[in-house]
Structure formats: structure tokens, C-alpha cells
Design a binder for this molecule. Structure first.
Ligand SMILES: [Zn+2]
Length: 639
């Protein structure tokens, strides 16, 4: 079996001229907290083996064996099913990188899957099991059949496998296919002008270039972006049209984030990667416009995006229904991928804030506490019928969750010429190489996200900066001490505070981020939330579930502005969470409503049936892990 070498990060901007930060390899960071460590262990020991079994049971690996001529019978499932094998391979590779003691069984599964992939590759480098045998003559005829999308996932898996293990066996397969695509498509005479209906290959090509030094892959990624908005997708528009595919305008002209949400944020992540290498201002300007449109008008309070079931798409501005929220888990992960790249480019805390927000409240609800069932859609209100599933016919979300959890240690820290950046807080140890190759060890002790006390011990000597994120959610009261003395600079929410000094091993940094329960309201134009509030504490969004609030109609719960809150860690609840209790009221409709759906407005809306109650809210990411029942994020606001 191979030794874990973990030489690079998920997005390795070490040599990127237009990125301010470079990440730290997942293998250099060990998370050992009570929140993420059990989830990463479940991902390694339960999620990844069970998903591998499902790849076999659903014919996804058989499809590859069939393409290799080793198996007969029909192709099974959807035309993009190879991508699930690749995403699983990427996840398993990062799991090996992050955990040197990973199960040897996992390494055997990786080798078996790579062998199936290798055998399925054509002599000319082409690789897609759907377009093998009886469909081999249909290659590159319909650009909404995800051939480049699947290729992109192969490239990302190959980069992860190479960085995690040092082995080139999957990387060689990836470069042969990339070379085939590069020889087929491009602006040069004799090549074809096209792009894929589902972005993904763009960021993968840039990463493949970073890993191999073949910078023509960046040129190919640029070409695939540049031809958008000029009608090259042709018949692939299908029933959803050009906006669905982000092909209605050239990228540099885009002002509004539209269409299929996963496609949109994957494309933006790819363009961000492109900017990190080319530094073209028009690309960054368009990314800023799209980011502002998304975060100011088209994003749920969970960080989830893509509100419409129709076309799995963004809606109009402020179109954010709760029970009918589509908010695909993959779209949240795509938003994280985009924000991570923006953070690496600019070092602006707003991207890290949104990355954290989306991680806890939009990605994490996608997987159950035991790591074996998944949400595809993530509604913010439900009557108890929406439950996680073990798998899907279109199974994009489960392995996407797996690769995110497996690579999580790589998101905690960053490095720049100034020094070390702490993006996310979690009890962990890290060995971070500075720009001048000095190695600094950091030990982070905290109960985050349940508590905002963070203690960081420095192991390293000399002058450098430690950049600590003061989250935007921490609106007041943050304090910071170095070796027991208050740090003199202001702590501005939504920014990094720079601690520049001559460090000595054993120096202690104590950051305190108070976590009062916050009542949050939404923009008045989000009509479904009018007169409602949601609860947040620290980085976490809360919700109420029927099981914690028996004998109450959740629609009747009313939270007065003067409500007092208690936050208590409950080790018995949902594997241990901080639950929030509040003095609220139930405000049931008066009897006159029994025979009316509408009426003339009443003169005094306060004359309803009110009764004081105590309600219990749990972190939204943990909902639907117990008996089915109604759930609400938004509660009626009282007076
Ligand atoms: Zn998905």
C-alpha cells in the first residue's frame, strides 16, 4: 500500500501570480475536536465504504468494466454516472491524505476503482463509459451530456490522488484525456469550438495545470469560458434555455446570477481559478457583481442557493420560498468552492465568513449524523415528509459531501507573505510552512462552534503575522489577548486582525467571540419571511422541530422581541448540541378563522389567543435525524 504524502492542497495557489493566499495541505492539519472529528471519522469509516458499495450495486463501476469490454449487458443509470466514481475517488484520496491511519480497506478500494477507470480509457485518451461501444460514434455530439463535466471530476480526482499518495497512475489517465480534449477543442484552425453544458472542467483544468506544469490546460479552460454566451451550445439548450446554462451572455458581461445553481457556482469557481492565473480584471469584476447579486438577493439565511425546483435554478431577486426551497446540497458545496477561491485571491474575510456560514448551515444538513443518508434538497420549513435518502438516481450530492468533509482540514489555515491566516476555528494541530520555509506549529483549543473561546499556542520563532478572522456574526464584544495582555488594535467584525510580532514558542493567543442568541430578520422583499425572525448563535442557524416542542403547532409559535434565551450544551441531544430555549408564546388563530380563509382586516391584530410557552430550537444542520415531524426556521415575530 502507498504511504500518504499529502503534498498539496485542494486548490494549490502556491505558484498563482494573482492569488494573495495559498492554502495548507489537508495532511498538515489534524482536527481533533468533538464536532468535526467524529464526522470525518464517520465519513472515512462509514460514508466512503458504503458509497463504494453503492457504486458497485448501482452499476457505476460495471459501466466502466463494460466500456473496457470486460462485461456485457446494458449501460446502467444516467449518462453522467462516471462522475460519481470520480468524486468518490477524490473524497477517498483526501481522506487518506488527512488521516495517515486511514483504513487499509479504503486504499484497496481506491486501487480497485482506478484499475476499472484505467481499463475503460480508449486508446486515443477518451474516457466516458456512456459513450462506449454502441454509443462510441456519438462522442462530442451533444454538449449537455456532461462529457467534459465527467472529465473535470476525473481531473480533480487525479490531482487529489497524486497529492495524497504521490502515485501518478490516475494522473496519467487524466492527462491523456485532457490532451485528447485539448487536441479536439480550441481556437486554433482545425479544432472544434464548443464548451460543456455543465461547467466543472474549467476549475479542474486549472488545477491539473498547477499539478503538472502543463499551462496549456489553463488556456483550454480560458477558451471554454470565452466561448460562452455566443450560442455554441446550440441544441443543448434543451427545454430550459440559455440562462439555465449560463450561456445567454459572455461571462465578462454578467450582472446577475441566473440559471441552474450548481452550474453557475461551478462556473464561477472555474473563472476564479482562471483569474488566479491570468489576473484579467474583467473576470474579477464580473465575479464581484455575481457575488453581490447572490449574497444580497438570492441566498437563503442558511447560505443555501438555488431556490427553484424548476431547472434547479436561482429565482428572481428575493424569490426565496422556505418549504419549496430547492437549495441543492451540491449548490452549497459549489458556493463554498467559489468562496474559497475568492478568499485565496483577495484575502477578504467576507468570503471566509460565507464559507463558514455555508459549511455549517447549507452543506452539513446534506448528511445525516451517522453519515449514511443524504439530502438533495434542503428546505427551510417542512411538515415531516422530507427525509434523507441512502442514495439517488442522480447521486451528485452524496460523494460531493464526502469530498468536502474529507478535505475539510485544508480549509482551516492559509499562508501569505505576511504570515499565517486562521480562517476557521476548530480544535486542531497544524504545521504551517511560512513563505521563507520556516515551519510554525499551531495548537488550537476551542469548543467551537458551541463556544467562542479560542486559545492558540504558537510553536515557532521570529517575526511573522498571525491573521485571525473576526467573524461578521460577532457584532460586538470580541476580545483578544496575547500572553495575557490585551491586543491594542480594534477588532472589526468581518475582517482579519493582524498580529505582527516577534513570536516565541509557547506564546499564547486567546480570542473570545461572544455567542449570544441573535434574532435575525430578512429583507422586506422576501415576502415569505415578512413578520418573521430566525435564530442564530455563533455561526449556526437554528430551527424548531416538533419533537422538541410537543403539543405545539409550530405555525402558532410567536417570538416576542423581548424574549430571553438560554443556550445549553445537551450531550444527550443529537450526539451533543447546544440547544436554545426561549420564552415564547403560542398565538393560535381565533375561532372565527375556523370558517374563513380571508376576512376584512381586523382592527386589533393583537386580540388573538396567546399563551406563554418555552420553545426549544436545535442547530438547523441537525434536523431530520429523529422521528419525522414539522420543522421551521422562520418563526412569527411578536410584540
Ligand atoms: Zn447534487
Amino acid at each position: 500500500m502507498f504511504a500518504s504524502v499529502a503534498t498539496g492542497a485542494v486548490v494549490d495557489t502556491t505558484s498563482s501570480r494573482f492569488a494573495r493566499l495559498r492554502p495548507v495541505a489537508p495532511g498538515a492539519v489534524t482536527i481533533d475536536d468533538a464536532f468535526w472529528a467524529p464526522r470525518m471519522r464517520a465519513n472515512r469509516e462509514s460514508t466512503l465504504p458504503s458509497q463504494y458499495r453503492l457504486l458497485w450495486e448501482t452499476g457505476r463501476i460495471d459501466n466502466l468494466l463494460r466500456a473496457a469490454g470486460k462485461l456485457d449487458g446494458e449501460f446502467q443509470g444516467r449518462y453522467f454516472n462516471d462522475s460519481d466514481v470520480y468524486k468518490w475517488l477524490e473524497a477517498a484520496s483526501w481522506a487518506v491524505a488527512a488521516s495517515p491511519d486511514a483504513e487499509p480497506d479504503l486504499e484497496a478500494m481506491i486501487e480497485e476503482a482506478i484499475s476499472a477507470v484505467a481499463d475503460a480509457q480508449s486508446a486515443d485518451g477518451y474516457l466516458n463509459s456512456y459513450f462506449s461501444r454502441e454509443r462510441a460514434d456519438q462522442r462530442w455530439t451533444d454538449f449537455d451530456l456532461h462529457e467534459m463535466y465527467c472529465a473535470g471530476h476525473l481531473f480533480q480526482a487525479a490531482v487529489a490522488h497524486h497529492r495524497a499518495t504521490g502515485s501518478t497512475c490516475l494522473l496519467n489517465i487524466a492527462t491523456r484525456f485532457a490532451d485528447h480534449i485539448d487536441a479536439t477543442f480550441g481556437p486554433e484552425p482545425g479544432k472544434r469550438v464548443a464548451t460543456d453544458g455543465h461547467p466543472e472542467i474549467e476549475m479542474a483544468l486549472v488545477e491539473l495545470a498547477r499539478e503538472t506544469g502543463e499551462w496549456r490546460y489553463v488556456d483550454l479552460a480560458a477558451f471554454l469560458v470565452d466561448v460562452r454566451g455566443h450560442g455554441v451550445l446550440g441544441d443543448a439548450y434543451g427545454r430550459f434555455g440559455t440562462k439555465y446554462h449560463q450561456d445567454h451572455q459572455p461571462f465578462r458581461n454578467l450582472n446577475e446570477i441566473v440559471g441552474h445553481a450548481v452550474r453557475a457556482v461551478y462556473l464561477n469557481a472555474g473563472v476564479a481559478d482562471l483569474y488566479a492565473e491570468t489576473g484579467e480584471p474583467a473576470l474579477l469584476a464580473a465575479l464581484h457583481r455575481l457575488w453581490h447579486n447572490m449574497t444580497l438577493r438570492k441566498m437563503y439565511i442558511s447560505g443555501g442557493i438555488g431556490s427553484r425546483y424548476e431547472g434547479e435554478s436561482f429565482g428572481e431577486d428575493y424569490e426565496l420560498p422556505n418549504a419549496l426551497a430547492y437549495t441543492e446540497t451540491c449548490a452549497a458545496i459549489g458556493s463554498m468552492m467559489w468562496n474559497w477561491r475568492m478568499l485565496l485571491i483577495e484575502g477578504d474575510a467576507r468570503y471566509a465568513d460565507l464559507l463558514e456560514w455555508t459549511l455549517y448551515n447549507a452543506m452539513l444538513p446534506g448528511v445525516s449524523l451517522d453519515g449514511e443518508t443524504y439530502f438533495y434538497q434542503n428546505p427551510l420549513a417542512d411538515e415531516g415528509s422530507h427525509r434523507r435518502q441512502t442514495w439517488f438516481g442522480t447521486a451528485c450530492c452524496p460523494p460531493n459531501v464526502a469530498r468536502t468533509l474529507a478535505s475539510l482540514p485544508g480549509y482551516l489555515y492559509g499562508v501569505s507573505d505576511e504570515g499565517i491566516w486562521v480562517h476557521l476555528y476548530a480544535a486542531s494541530s497544524a504545521r504551517v510552512p511560512l513563505a521563507d520555509a520556516r515551519l510554525v506549529e499551531l495548537r488550537q483549543e476551542t469548543l467551537y462552534p458551541w463556544d467562542g473561546e479560542i486559545n492558540i499556542e504558537i510553536g515557532g520563532e521570529g517575526e511573522f503575522s498571525l491573521m485571525l478572522r473576526i467573524p461578521a456574526w460577532c457584532e460586538e464584544g470580541a476580545t483578544l489577548n496575547v500572553n495575557g495582555l490585551p491586543w491594542p488594535d480594534a477588532l472589526v467584525p468581518g475582517s482579519y486582525v493582524e498580529l505582527r510580532r516577534d513570536w516565541r514558542t509557547g506564546d499564547m493567543v486567546d480570542l473570545s467571540l461572544p455567542m449570544p442568541v441573535r434574532c435575525v430578520e430578512s429583507h422586506p422583499y422576501v415576502v415569505e419571511n415578512a413578520g418573521r425572525v430566525a435564530l442564530m448563535r455563533g455561526p449556526l442557524l437554528y430551527c424548531v422541530e416538533q419533537v422538541d416542542n410537543p403539543d405545539m403547532v409550530l405555525n402558532d409559535i410567536e417570538l416576542p422581541d423581548q424574549a430571553s434565551f438560554r443556550a445549553d450544551f445537551r450531550p444527550d441531544l443529537l450526539s451533543g448540541v447546544v440547544a436554545v430555549t426561549a420564552d415564547a408564546r403560542v398565538n393560535a388563530p381565533s375561532d372565527s378563522w375556523a370558517t374563513a380563509l380571508y376576512r376584512a382586516t381586523a382592527s386589533d391584530l393583537r386580540m388573538e389567543n396567546r399563551e406563554g410557552v418555552s420553545i426549544t430550537a436545535i442547530p438547523y444542520h441537525a434536523w431530520a435525524n429523529r422521528e419525522p415531524g414539522p420543522m421551521r426556521v422562520w418563526l412569527r415575530r411578536g410584540w
